[in-house]
Each structure stands twice: as C-alpha cells, then as structure tokens.
Ligand binder design. Structure first.
Ligand code: URA
Length: 206
C-alpha cells in the first residue's frame, strides 16, 4: 500500500450513498493523482448481481461512470440479451476506482489500497451472484494465480456468493471468437438468477 492510512476505516459505514461520498475522497494510492476522478460504480445497490471489471478507462474517467466506452457498450448488449438492465438488475464496479495511466493493469499495491473500497461495496450490496469480467477481477477476488481461459465458466462459491468468471468485454472486442464462450457463461448466470433470485425473470435469448 502506498499511503497506509489507519483512518481508512469503512466498517462503520452502512449507507451506500455515504460510502460513495467517502470513497470519492480516497487518495490512498498513486492512481488518484493521475486521473480526473474516482469512478465509484453504477447500478442498483439493491441488485442481487454484481459485475466487477478491472478499472476505469479514459471514457469512464471522463464521465465518472463504469463501462461506458466501447467495452461498456458491448457489456450493455450482453446484459440486454440476458434480460438485465444496468440500472435495475445489476451493480457494476471495478477492482480499482481510479483510471490507471494508459489503461495499464492496476498494480498489486494499487488493488490492495483500493480493496477496502471494494469490500465495503460488496458488504453493503450483498450480491447473490458476482460476475468477474476478466483476469484482473478473477485474480483479485478468487485466485491470484487465476487464468481466465482456464477458470471462466466455472462457479466458485465464496463468502455466500456464487462467482462466475468470464472474459472481459474488451477481450471480446479484440477476439470476437471468444463471444461464444462468454455467452455460455452469461447464460449460466441467467439460469442461476432464475434459480436463486427470480424464477420469472425474462430474457429474450435464454
Ligand atoms: N474496463 C473496465 O475494466 N472497467 C471499466 O469501467 C471500463 C473498462
């Protein structure tokens, strides 16, 4: 951790808005100095599904919202195919809340500095299902040695959540052949959502 801060105690915060205000003041690592602002997350904090990406990119940094660039547009299409809407059925967040310069992968100490923010979000949302978008989220949340090509598509149970690792939408844009497997993973998410959250959930494609 770059700026260890004994005062960064989020345990007493039980209100999601209050957490957002606090996290927006975070300055615990070098990323904050190189970006416009903190991208806290977006969606329905009462949703039962959380999607976790890597970190904000240029578009997200500009607009202060997660997944609003090209990868985000693809993510919205995938969500639509699942019958999900980003403001109703899910909450979208990232392993780090500040844009890494040049969109590099966030370093381990940067992720560690931001981890209390992520943990507090998860504690307050209490998702039933968590979808990990890409290797960075997989490595941060499930297994530091995780490999997305090997581990995607397999449920992991952790802290009362069911976790589904899948490809990052940016990877799907780079290599559209991966979309077949990503769709299999999202279909599993829809089936699990019907099983555990809403048996009547409608999705146009599965
Ligand atoms: N990629 C991510 O991992 N997160 C975003 O918010 C946008 C792009």
């Amino acid at each position: 951790m770059l700026f260890p801060d004994e005062e960064w105690d989020l345990a007493g915060i039980n209100d999601f808005r209050e957490l957002e205000e606090k996290v927006k003041t975070c300055n615990r690592c070098r990323l904050r100095g190189g970006c416009r602002g903190v991208v806290f997350g977006e969606g329905n904090p009462a949703a039962r599904v959380v999607l976790c990406g890597e970190g904000p990119g240029a578009d997200e940094d500009l607009l202060g919202r997660p997944f609003v660039g090209k990868a985000g547009q693809l993510l919205d299409k995938i969500l639509e195919a699942c019958g999900f809407n980003r403001f109703v059925h899910v909450y979208i967040l990232n392993t780090v809340k500040c844009r890494p310069p040049g969109n590099r992968i966030p370093a381990e100490d940067e992720r560690a500095a931001c981890r209390p923010n992520l943990d507090a979000q998860i504690r307050l949302i209490r998702p039933v299902i968590m979808v990990l978008l890409g290797a960075t989220a997989l490595q941060e949340i499930v297994d530091p040695g995780g490999r997305i090509t090997r581990d995607r598509g397999k449920w992991v149970e952790r802290d009362g959540m069911l976790i589904m690792p899948t490809y990052h939408p940016a990877a799907l844009l780079r290599n559209p052949r991966l979309k077949v497997d990503a769709w299999k993973d999202f279909k599993q998410v829809v089936y699990k959502y019907r099983e555990l959250v809403d048996p009547r959930h409608y999705s146009p494609h599965c």
